[in-house]
Design a protein around this ligand. Structure first.
Ligand SMILES: Cc1cc2nc3c(=O)[nH]c(=O)nc-3n(C[C@H](O)[C@H](O)[C@H](O)COP(=O)(O)O)c2cc1C
Length: 218
């Protein structure tokens, strides 16, 4: 079991976020409690807005686990006692999941516990998009919608509202990355049916978009 202290002291920071095969094996079996997200620091919003941009060249430098924690919280973490999130969402129905694809495997972000649940030990980064950099960037976020939770609307409306939910999350990621000196790009060039099969998603769940995150190539 990896403790918060171990995680926050950077033990996981030397690969995508798993330092050694032994730790990776542990992560395959158990959820990873992320260190608590930092609630201070970062650039003023106007400075982050000035820096926001899409980047398509990435260093293979890994993200420290504290940065991953902060990133996921900014993306769609719980920011109030009600359990609501850093991004707005359709009709107060929680539809979106974020999968985290790294060299070490795939994880599902569980915002309530601020935990990563192991999903697969496979490196599926190359399948998260149609552009070459996705295969080597340290992190690709895959946005997945639970269509079955969107009642009484058409498939087109499901796709529309899930895409809007995703866009808000994506912009949170853009602004966090701008604030932290990270590189990112939101991506629609994804073979979404194929990626859904790779992720073994149930029938009603579907991939909306993906987003690469890493350090810029120096
Ligand atoms: C819905 C959507 C889909 C996008 N899909 C891709 C994509 O597949 N690949 C890519 O490199 N950029 C993609 N982008 C990023 C845009 O190309 C980029 O935001 C735009 O060119 C403006 O550049 P900027 O973000 O640096 O301001 C997408 C952006 C949006 C909003």
């Amino acid at each position: 079991m990896i403790t918060r202290r171990q995680a926050s002291t950077g033990m996981l920071a030397s690969a995508a976020f798993a330092a050694t095969p032994a730790i990776a094996a542990t992560l395959e079996l158990k959820p990873l409690d992320l260190p608590p997200p930092r609630s201070e620091g970062g650039k003023p919003l106007t400075a982050a807005l000035k820096l926001r941009r899409s980047t398509r060249e990435y260093s293979n430098r890994p993200l420290p686990v504290q940065v991953l924690s902060d990133l996921l919280w900014a993306a769609f973490g719980v920011n109030r006692p009600s359990g609501d999130r850093t991004a707005p969402y359709w009709r107060h129905v929680m539809v979106m999941d974020i999968y985290v694809a790294t060299a070490d495997g795939v994880w599902l972000y569980e915002p309530k516990a601020h935990t990563l649940l192991p999903h697969s030990k496979d490196d599926i980064r190359a399948e998260t998009g149609l552009q070459a950099f996705v295969a080597t960037a340290p992190l690709n976020l895959v946005y997945v919608a639970h269509g079955e939770r969107m009642k009484d609307i058409s498939p087109d409306e499901r796709r529309l509202y899930a895409s809007v939910d995703t866009g808000f999350i994506g912009q949170n990621v853009y602004l966090f990355c701008a604030s932290e000196g990270l590189a990112t790009v939101f991506r629609g060039a994804v073979d979404t049916p194929k990626l859904a099969r790779t992720l073994r998603l149930p029938d009603q769940q579907f991939v909306t978009f993906a987003q690469t995150v890493g350090y810029p190539l120096a």
